[in-house]
Ligand binder design. Structure first.
Ligand code: ATP
Length: 466
């Protein structure tokens, strides 16, 4: 199934391209892999790093009311009592006594029975499903003696709680007052009953979370503000505006802590699915941690003596899911002179490699000059040198990894110290002096960019910083 009639992308094509080009592959493959667990190879690391860097840029560099944090994955176990995860972070599951498989009871229609021809669990006469029981999604592990709770600890199922328990610390040293935020990027772990759809749902993933603390009477306004900000982040990085939307949760869908939640959803090949949740969490978290720790978690204005427990707006995104959305949105195929060209039309700031330096042939001084050009561009951006195989094959390889520009060194280059720059999207070639190349690459990286795919957003006026 493709996501729109004009779109050629499928999840299978993305999985195949990621494997073929070494972005993402199955984990522990030599042992047969681990279900729904993936490793990132060279280009995958560069892409995901760029996604996270863009998130940090939007959260820190472009504003002055957010500070960074990197809290530990293993936290005091009381954290999860206070947050409600120990009691309530569960999915209902059923076991089938016949096929010995486990399914999410609230989503049987999305699951398929392993018996062929495939049907949903419970639909064959022989299906013998147990009653649903609640299954906690937190991974448990053991460390040396821990006060009160013995030795059981949990791998954090979200990064957010690391921020709440550090609220007092950060308030003290950051010299901020509400409205202000604490941002964190890091791994989270959930023992999902039905992971799947490549890196969309895995048991180990990375989150990019902001907790934005505001005066209680400003919470509604800031909630609206963050909805717009976060929506704009995706379109600013090239996601087609008609492939991303905000969806408000109905009352029955709201988490126990949430006063309002909207999801940013992307039109994946599997249909509209959550990319990011934005929640108005009220004062729930700070009050709970104050209650369980005995510490006061509030803001006190030293000049007026005013004190209050801030309310929290939380935009919570997934780095892997975002990377998948950027890949899906970028994937394109076009017919060039009777051949299909596969190309990732990634925003240049997200592209793993910004420019490839390619000598046309491996003689006549071209490789030497190309190496010199490569060395000049390396301080500017992530660039790659490639002299192996025909120039056509090398272009195709760079197109598939989404490299926006190919710098080609040819016979003329050796004579007059100029090169051509080939544009990934338009295939236009422009001749430029080698002397001017570093500045030209910088200029192109800073210029607004929009995808040539239909349904593209308008260029963002603020997307011009390198
Ligand atoms: P879902 O409904 O898809 O399970 P959620 O509502 O439980 O997601 P949140 O707790 O709001 O997710 O987490 C915030 C973000 O973290 C999600 O929007 C998603 O991008 C990411 N995320 C959550 N669970 C996973 C997972 N198992 N694999 C990959 N990313 C995830």
């Amino acid at each position: 199934m493709t996501d729109s009639p004009t779109d050629v992308v499928t999840m299978d094509k993305i999985v195949a391209l990621c494997k073929r080009r070494g972005f993402i592959f199955r984990s522990s493959e030599i042992y047969g892999g681990v279900a729904s667990t993936y490793d990132y190879g060279h280009y995958g690391v560069l892409l995901k790093n760029n996604v996270k860097a863009e998130w940090w840029r939007a959260m820190l560099q472009e504003r002055d009311d957010v500070v960074a944090l990197d809290a530990a994955i293993i936290m005091h176990p009381r954290t999860w009592e206070a947050s409600g995860h120990l009691a309530g972070f569960t999915d209902p599951l059923v076991d089938c006594r016949t096929c010995k498989q486990r399914f999410r009871a609230d989503d049987l229609k999305a699951a398929s029975c392993p018996r062929k021809p495939s049907k949903h669990p419970g639909e064959y006469d022989e299906c013998d499903l147990t009653e649903a029981r609640e299954f906690n999604l937190m991974f448990e592990t053991t460390v040396g003696p821990v006060r009160e709770a013995g030795a059981t600890v949990y791998l954090r199922p979200e990064t957010a709680q690391g921020i709440f328990v550090n609220f007092k610390n950060v308030l003290q040293f950051s010299r901020r007052r509400p409205p202000f935020g604490i941002a964190q990027v890091g791994k989270a772990f959930r023992n999902e009953i039905t992971p799947g759809n490549f890196i969309f749902r895995t048991r180990e993933f990375e989150q990019m979370e902001l907790e934005y603390f505001v005066p209680p009477d400003e919470a509604d306004r800031w909630f609206e503000y963050w909805l717009a900000e976060r929506f704009g982040w995706y379109t600013g990085l090239g996601i087609r505006a008609d492939h991303v939307r905000l969806r408000e949760h109905g009352p029955e869908e709201l988490s126990h802590y949430s006063r309002a939640t909207s999801d940013v959803e992307y039109l994946f090949p599997i249909g509209w699915s959550e990319l990011e949740g934005i929640a108005n969490r009220g004062d729930y978290d700070l009050l709970r941690h104050a209650e369980f720790s005995g510490d006061k978690l509030e803001y006190v204005d030293s000049s007026t003596g005013e004190r209050y427990v801030p309310h929290v707006i939380e935009p919570s995104a997934g780095a892997d899911r975002s990377a998948l959305a950027f890949l899906v949105d970028a994937y394109d195929e076009e017919d060039v002179e009777g051949e299909t060209r596969t190309v990732l039309r990634l925003h240049p700031r997200l592209a793993p490699v910004k420019a490839a330096v390619l000598p046309l042939v491996r003689r006549d001084g071209q490789p030497e000059l190309a190496r010199a050009v490569y060395d000049r561009l390396r301080p500017v951006a992530q660039v790659e040198y490639d002299e192996g195989g025909s120039i056509g094959r090398r272009y195709r390889r760079q197109d598939e990894i989404g490299t926006p520009w190919a710098v080609t060194i040819d016979g003329q280059s050796v004579e007059d110290q100029t090169v051509t720059i080939r544009d990934r999207d338009t295939l236009a070639q422009e001749r430029v002096a080698i002397e001017a190349l570093p500045a030209e690459l910088r200029r192109r990286l800073e210029a607004p960019w929009r995808t040539p795919k239909p349904g593209a957003p308008a260029p963002q006026p603020d997307s011009t910083t390198a």
